[in-house]
Structures are given as structure tokens and as C-alpha cells.
Design a protein around this ligand. Structure first.
Ligand SMILES: [Zn+2]
Length: 269
């Protein structure tokens, strides 16, 4: 279990604890202590030092506006045009640090989305590992923490599939193993947006979690026990694990969430 709270300015007090209690209510448990990224900066600094010693980093003094003016847009915003790549700005001081990408595409076999081939030059260019304000990039922290926590299988939302080639690039530079990846489709709202609190989506409902778990299983193409909504949460999770078939998870980045029955009714009968 890992709390990704690197950007302290955006942390909402108490939100992480609420998430942990929600997972427990749904019968989802974890191994070992809860790791908080906000307490692991020494490990991220060590990884930055290692990359710097390998010549993989450089300082970037460009503003967002300068990068946007270069005019190339990738999957997640403007592509960095490499302006500072050979400018030899000192690797001290408050400037952002970028990592050099390579021209060869990054390939992996995604367990749900199939063979993947991503070209970092067309996706983002040399990407930031430490912002000018000192905050370490999510991409670096995740790679360091996955290795430290022994994570060898990653299953996450398809909205993160563009992060995976950046993480594989960093794993290779740092000499860390690459986990296997499986990107599940997202449940979207009627406008095609992911269900996110900042977009006004409701929190996971309180009350009996069993019907919601059945709905989630159905959404992922999984079998649902006929008496699912009436099972205890532990029984339901055990049943779902025993019948788990990743091959039945539909490919794709996401589609509208099934409408919630209102008032809640057994979805899986
Ligand atoms: Zn720059």
C-alpha cells in the first residue's frame, strides 16, 4: 500500500485515511506497512544522483509558455523540444531536471491491452524528473517505490498507459526490473470523463459494498456469483479471486459506467 502524496500543496488532509478505510470496507487488504511518498525523498534524491552520474539528466530553464510555443502536442500536452539538451546549464540550483529519452520505441506486452509500442519522442520528449520547485516527478517516485516494495505486477487504469513507457525507460536507466503491466478500462461518466472527485463525481457510496463489488466485477467482464449481493464481503472477494479471468477484461481505455440502480438493487441476479 502506497500513498502517493508527493505534491504536498495538493494533499487534502484526511483524504488518504478515508481511502484506506474505504478499501477495508470493501474487503481489500494489503501487505506490510503503508508507505508514504512524502517520507521517501532521500530515496528519490539518490535515484536522481545515480541518473546524474550516468549523464542522463540536464537542467532546463524553459518556461511552460516557451515549451508551448514550440507547438508540438503529445498525448499529455506539449512535447518538450529539447531546447536545453545541449546547453550545459549547471546541475545545481533550482531549475527543473529533465531525463534524456532515446530514439528507440519502448515495447511491452500489456496483459489486457495487448502489444504496446510507444515512442517517447512523439509522446513527451525529454521529461521532467524534478520540478523547479523541488517536487519529484510521479514517474520517478513510482519506479523507485515499485522496486523497493517488490512490486512485480502492475494493474491500473488505462489513463496511465502513457506513463508506462516513461517508467520502463527509467527502470532501464536505474538498472531496476520491469514489472508486468495490465491496464484496465476506466468507468467513465456520460461526458466520457473519468470518474474523479475534481470533476464532481460522487464518492464511493457508503452502505453495503457487496452490490457495488458485483457491479465492478460485471464491468470488468468477470463472472458474478448468483447470490453475490447477499454474500459477506470476504466471501465475495474470495469467490472473485477464485473465478478471476484476466482474459475476459475488455480491451479499450474506458466507456460509460453502468447506471447505478437507485435505490440500490442486486445488480448481479
Ligand atoms: Zn529547457
Amino acid at each position: 500500500m502506497r500513498i502517493e502524496d508527493l505534491d504536498q500543496a495538493r494533499v487534502i488532509p484526511g483524504a488518504a485515511e478515508t481511502h484506506l478505510r474505504t478499501l477495508e470496507r470493501f474487503g481489500l487488504s494489503w501487505d506490510g506497512p503503508v508507505v508514504r511518498q512524502s517520507q521517501r525523498s532521500a530515496y528519490y534524491d539518490a535515484a536522481l544522483q545515480q541518473l546524474q552520474a550516468a549523464g542522463a539528466l540536464y537542467s532546463c530553464t524553459c518556461s511552460r509558455a516557451e515549451i508551448a510555443r514550440a507547438g508540438r502536442i503529445g498525448a499529455e500536452g506539449p512535447i518538450y523540444p529539447g531546447t536545453c539538451r545541449n546547453r550545459r546549464h549547471p546541475l545545481t540550483g533550482p531549475h527543473a531536471r529533465r531525463v534524456r529519452i532515446e530514439s528507440a520505441p519502448i515495447l511491452w506486452q500489456d496483459a489486457i491491452q495487448g502489444p504496446q509500442r510507444h515512442d517517447l519522442a512523439a509522446l513527451c520528449g525529454d521529461f521532467v524528473l524534478r520540478r523547479a520547485d523541488g517536487v519529484v516527478a510521479y514517474q520517478l517516485a513510482v519506479v523507485v517505490d515499485d522496486a523497493a516494495q517488490g512490486v512485480n505486477r502492475v494493474m491500473r487504469g488505462a489513463d496511465l498507459i502513457a506513463s508506462t513507457p516513461r517508467q520502463i525507460h527509467l527502470q532501464r536507466l536505474l538498472g531496476l526490473p520491469t514489472p508486468s503491466y495490465a491496464h484496465v478500462p476506466l468507468a467513465l461518466d456520460g461526458r466520457g470523463e473519468k470518474l474523479a472527485k475534481r470533476l464532481g463525481a460522487a464518492a464511493v457510496a457508503t452502505g453495503d459494498p457487496a452490490p457495488l463489488l458485483c457491479q465492478a466485477l460485471a464491468f470488468l467482464g468477470q463472472a458474478v456469483p448468483p447470490d453475490g449481493p447477499r454474500l459477506g464481503i470476504g466471501e465475495l472477494i474470495d469467490w472473485a479471486i477464485a473465478h478471476w479471468e484476466p482474459a475476459r477484461i475488455p480491451q479499450g481505455s474506458g466507456w460509460p459506467a453502468p447506471p447505478l440502480p437507485h435505490p440500490p438493487q442486486p445488480f448481479c441476479d
